[in-house]
Design a protein around this ligand. Structure first.
Ligand code: PGA
Length: 254
């Protein structure tokens, strides 16, 4: 069960190197208590941030990884490269990758396997479209994404995964799932994992909510029993709002 709140920023394709450094400089002076702070960086910033802030209280993630091990794949970044920088997390299967770059469940499964092979924790994203929700297909879609994305991973692998529920209709739109909608889906994910891998493993897998999560709605969302925190885009770009999200996390699990 959750014993900390996870506030994971996803910067997407935003900020310059100088802006990223300025953000981490201020972060370094903050006490985090039981909050786990994470930033998913644009890959090109990772090496410098890692070397300039070796003891940062912010955990680092990347936003994407190749499904291939290595070789002639121009522009791709492999899990072994991420591991060589000692970056412990990587987002996989974000809906923007699924829709703009045509990533399939099968490709996402390969990416998750690459991460696990190199001891990188994948933050595996799933979520339904507005149309799917309105047609009452939410749980069917999510179950399929979970089944295909986790494939035949065994218990020892799956316990190293984070899962983010990001309803596509809520990402960057200012529309958030209600706390009830979000909790309902998180419980569904927990029960899926429980059935497949057992209660002990399911209880260890952090489940994050993403989709217009911000300083106004985070407290209600993070207080839900099966929501461990958030994967936060827009509201993680501004330093003050990111810090406020961390403060909200501290209030929930002091
Ligand atoms: P948003 O993005 O918070 O800007 O909606 C969330 C995400 O895509 O991870």
């Amino acid at each position: 069960m959750k014993n900390s709140i996870i506030v994971a920023g996803n910067w997407k394709m935003n900020k310059t190197m100088a802006e990223a450094i300025a953000f981490f400089e201020v972060m370094d002076s903050l006490a985090l208590n039981n909050v786990e702070a994470m930033i998913a960086l644009p890959a090109i910033f990772a090496s410098q941030i890692k070397s300039q802030f070796p003891n940062s209280n912010v955990k680092l993630a990347l936003q994407n990884v190749s499904d291939k091990n290595n070789g002639a794949y121009t522009g791709e970044i492999s899990a072994s490269m991420i591991q060589s920088l000692d970056i412990p997390y990587c987002i996989v299967g974000h809906s923007e990758r699924r829709s703009y770059y045509h990533e399939t469940d099968e490709l996402i499964f390969q990416k998750i396997k690459q991460c696990l092979a190199y001891q990188i924790t994948p933050i595996f994203c799933i979520g339904e479209t507005l149309e799917e929700r309105e047609l009452g297909k939410t749980f069917k879609v999510l179950k399929q994404q979970l089944e295909r994305g986790l494939g035949d991973l065994n218990v020892s692998n799956v316990q190293h995964i984070y899962i983010a529920y990001e309803p596509i209709w809520a990402i960057g739109t200012g529309k958030t799932a209600t706390t009830e909608q979000a909790q309902e889906v998180h419980l569904f994910i927990f029960e899926f994992l429980q059935e497949k891998y057992g209660t002990e493993i399911a209880s260890q897998i952090p489940l994050l909510y993403g989709g217009s999560c911000n300083t106004t709605n985070a407290e209600a969302l993070f207080s839900q029993p099966n929501i461990w925190g958030g994967l936060i885009g827009g509201a993680s770009l501004d330093f003050n709002s990111f810090v406020e999200l961390l403060e909200i996390g501290k209030k929930i699990i002091p």
